[in-house]
Ligand binder design. Structure first.
Ligand code: SD4
Length: 338
C-alpha cells in the first residue's frame, strides 16, 4: 500500500461521509455500506466522557457480531471470559474465506494454521495457542491453556494435542493433503469477505475490569510455522486491569516488532486517551520503521473508564463498539503523518 501523504488528522467520522478502503470489491463495499446503515454509524467524540456499564470494542464490522453476542452473554450473567469466548467462537464458526477459523486463509502449503489469545485483567490470567491445526475454536483452546495448564502459550502440534485432550472440537489433519481437504470440505456459509482479518474483542465490564481476546488464521500464504502478533501478549493483544486494553489487526510483523499494544496501554497509563494512545503508536512505529506509514496496521483500545479509540497507519479502518445503548460501526481514516 502506498505511503500515506494526505495531511489528515485521524478522526472518527460518520461512515456515510467516509470513503471505503480502495482494496474492497464493489460487492463488498455494498455489503459494508449495508452493515453501516443497519448498525447505525456514529461519530465518536474526541473527548469522551467515562462510560457506565459494559463497553466492548472489536476489529472490523464483523466484530459487531462478536460484541453483540458478548454483551448478551454478560447480560445473561456470563463472566468476562465467557463473553469474549462466545463472541469470538461465533466468528470462528462463521469462518468463510476470511481469516478467522478453519475457513481462514491457508498458509503457503495450502492449509490454515490458527492463532488465538485470551486475557483476563484481574490477576493477568492469559492463555494462547499459535500455529494450531484442525482446531475449530482456537479461542477455546486458548482458554483451556489458561485454565487447565500452568503455561501461557502452546504452539503447533503440542497446542493441538492439548486442545484434543481438553475436548476442543477438531477436524482430522493427519497429512498435508488431508489438512487441505479438511478445510476445503468443511461446510461454510457464505460470509462477506470485507474486512475479514483478525477478530480482536476488548471488554471493559460494568465493574471496571478488563479482558480481551483475538483469533486469526494470520497472514494468508505465510510459511508453515509462522506465528503472527495475535497470540503474542503485548504484540497483538495486551490487557492491564489498572489501565486498559489494546488490540491489533494488520500485518503482524509490523506489530510484534514494536510490542505495539503494550506500548498503547503504557501511553494510556501515562495519561493519553485511547484515541491518542493508538495514534501515538502508529506515529512511533512509522518514525522508526523503514516502511514509514506503509505498515498496514490498525489498533483498537479501551481504557478503564470505558473510553475507546482506534487508529490505522495507511487505510480506512472500521470497527465495532457495543454498550448497553447499542452497537455502532465507527470508522477511522489513516492517521496524518507527523
Ligand atoms: C497476523 N495480524 O497474523 C494477523 C493478521 C491480520 O489483517 O490481522 N490481518 O499477522
Amino acid at each position: 500500500m502506498a505511503r500515506a501523504t494526505a495531511p489528515r488528522v485521524a478522526v472518527l467520522v460518520p461512515a456515510a461521509t467516509t470513503r471505503l478502503p480502495r482494496r474492497r470489491h464493489p460487492a463488498a463495499r455494498l455489503a459494508l455500506a449495508f452493515a453501516f446503515a443497519f448498525a447505525g454509524c456514529a461519530t465518536a467524540p474526541t473527548a469522551q466522557p467515562p462510560v457506565l456499564g459494559p463497553v466492548l470494542i472489536a476489529t472490523w464490522p464483523f466484530g459487531k457480531i462478536a460484541t453483540d453476542l458478548a454483551l448478551a452473554k454478560l447480560q445473561a450473567g456470563g463472566s468476562r471470559l465467557d463473553a469474549i469466548e462466545t463472541g469470538i467462537r461465533e466468528i470462528e464458526r462463521l469462518s468463510s474465506d476470511g481469516s478467522v477459523g478453519l475457513g481462514g486463509r491457508p498458509n503457503a502449503a495450502g492449509y490454515p494454521q490458527l492463532d488465538a489469545c485470551l486475557v483476563d485483567g484481574p490477576g493477568r490470567r492469559a492463555g494462547s495457542v499459535a500455529g494450531v491445526e484442525g482446531i475449530v475454536h482456537p479461542i477455546t483452546a486458548a482458554r483451556r491453556v489458561m485454565e487447565h495448564s500452568k503455561h501461557v502459550m502452546l504452539v503447533g502440534e503440542g497446542a493441538r494435542w492439548f486442545a484434543l485432550e481438553h475436548g476442543v472440537e477438531s477436524v482430522a489433519v493427519d497429512e498435508l493433503a488431508a489438512k487441505k481437504q479438511a478445510w476445503l470440505a468443511r461446510e461454510r456459509p457464505p460470509v462477506d469477505r470485507a474486512g475479514h482479518d483478525t477478530v480482536t474483542v476488548l471488554l471493559r465490564d460494568a465493574d471496571g475490569h478488563l479482558a480481551g481476546g483475538c483469533s486469526t488464521s494470520g497472514a494468508g500464504g505465510k510459511l508453515p510455522g509462522r506465528v503472527g502478533d495475535s497470540p503474542i501478549l503485548g504484540a497483538g493483544l495486551y490487557v492491564d486491569d489498572e489501565v486498559g486494553a489494546a488490540g491489533a489487526t494488520g500485518i503482524g510483523e509490523n506489530v510484534m516488532r514494536w510490542c505495539a499494544t503494550c506500548l498503547i496501554v503504557e501511553r494510556m497509563r501515562a495519561g493519553r486517551s485511547p484515541q491518542e494512545a493508538c495514534e501515538d503508536i502508529v506515529h512511533h512505529i512509522a518514525r522508526h520503521d523503514p516502511r514509514g506509514y506503509a505498515l498496514d496496521v490498525c489498533f483498537i483500545a479501551v481504557d478503564k473508564q470505558g473510553r475507546t479509540g482506534a487508529a490505522a497507519s495507511n487505510m480506512t479502518f472500521p470497527f465495532a463498539v457495543t454498550t448497553n445503548a447499542g452497537s455502532r460501526i465507527v470508522e477511522v481514516v489513516q492517521v496524518t503523518p507527523r
